[in-house]
Design a protein around this ligand. Structure first.
Ligand code: OGA
Ligand code: MN
Length: 264
């Protein structure tokens, strides 16, 4: 089997064909996937029906599995593998553009989802934050240099009924540790609270502009899940959004997240 990688849109995502992730991935294959991952930010593998043990093995090729929140249900026998199940729309923290756990000091670098039960709908969207940065004018790029944002996990805290809201401060433009490209690092208005050293009134319009700018339709890949799909993404240069349009239908995805670096 030879690997084929095809762009899924003009900006975001690559479709990988010719790889069976239930079998050990050779070093050569990994190198091709790694290159494609850095280029596309999101990789889509259709029809994998990935077994939990293979999911864990594949994830370990990319880094160290992150410590899971004990509140998240795990796949029986696989403590590192979280089951993303349907949550009420009113409290779903994932139905907003976000980069995972941006409100923590060391956010994860990669997440790998494998679909088990798919409703009608329940798509996931990704946007490319290199492109979001590169589409800014040179003047705006210069203005953002050195700015840092205070992020708060308000949406998560609400979903989980947590009193102590996690917070972290990160650069508004981060440099990817592997590609050395600059990416815009923002998030939903409830999460991206304030630019350090500015008032809320000064920060808000700029943060709102950058959020809307990042998620323009021509910067988005929308994945319509089929059972057996695997999608992995780079949290350092993309945001994603889980569309909740499936009412009470079941939706189950298995997920592993890999430890990241302090954003710089
Ligand atoms: C996540 C997430 C997307 C989805 O697992 O971090 O945002 O479509 N999930 O469930
Ligand atoms: Mn997420």
């Amino acid at each position: 089997m030879s690997i084929r990688i095809t762009p899924l849109t003009g900006t975001t995502g690559g479709l990988v064909e010719g790889v069976n992730l239930n079998e050990p991935v050779s070093r050569d294959t990994f190198d091709v996937l790694h290159r494609a991952f850095l280029d596309y930010g999101v990789l889509v593998f259709r029809g994998q029906h990935l077994q939990p043990a293979a999911h864990v093995e594949f994830a370990k090729l990319w880094g160290n599995p992150a410590q899971n929140n004990p509140l998240d249900p795990a796949v029986p026998g696989f403590p590192g593998l979280i089951q993303v199940t349907k949550i009420p729309k009113e409290t779903a923290s994932t139905e907003a553009w976000h980069s995972d756990s941006i409100y923590t000091a060391v956010p994860p670098k990669i997440s790998i989802l494998s679909s088990v039960v798919v409703p009608h709908g329940g798509d996931t969207m990704w946007c490319n934050q290199y492109v979001s940065y590169e589409r800014l004018s040179p003047t705006m790029q210069r203005m953002l240099e050195g700015l840092r944002v205070r992020f708060a996990g308000l949406r998560l805290a609400r979903m989980r009924n947590i009193d102590k809201i996690p917070e972290a401060v990160h650069p508004i433009v981060r440099t990817h540790p592997e590609t050395h490209r600059k990416a815009l690092y923002v998030g939903h208005p409830e999460t991206a609270k304030q630019i350090e050293g500015m008032t809320v009134a000064e920060s808000r319009p700029l943060l709102d502009f950058l959020y809307g700018h990042s998620t323009a339709p021509d910067n988005v890949y929308r994945h319509m899940w089929q059972v057996g799909d695997v999608v992995m993404w780079d949290n350092r240069c993309t945001m994603h959004y889980a569309v909740h349009d499936y009412g009470e239908e079941e939706r189950v995805l298995n997920r592993i997240t890999l430890e990241g670096e302090v954003p710089v």
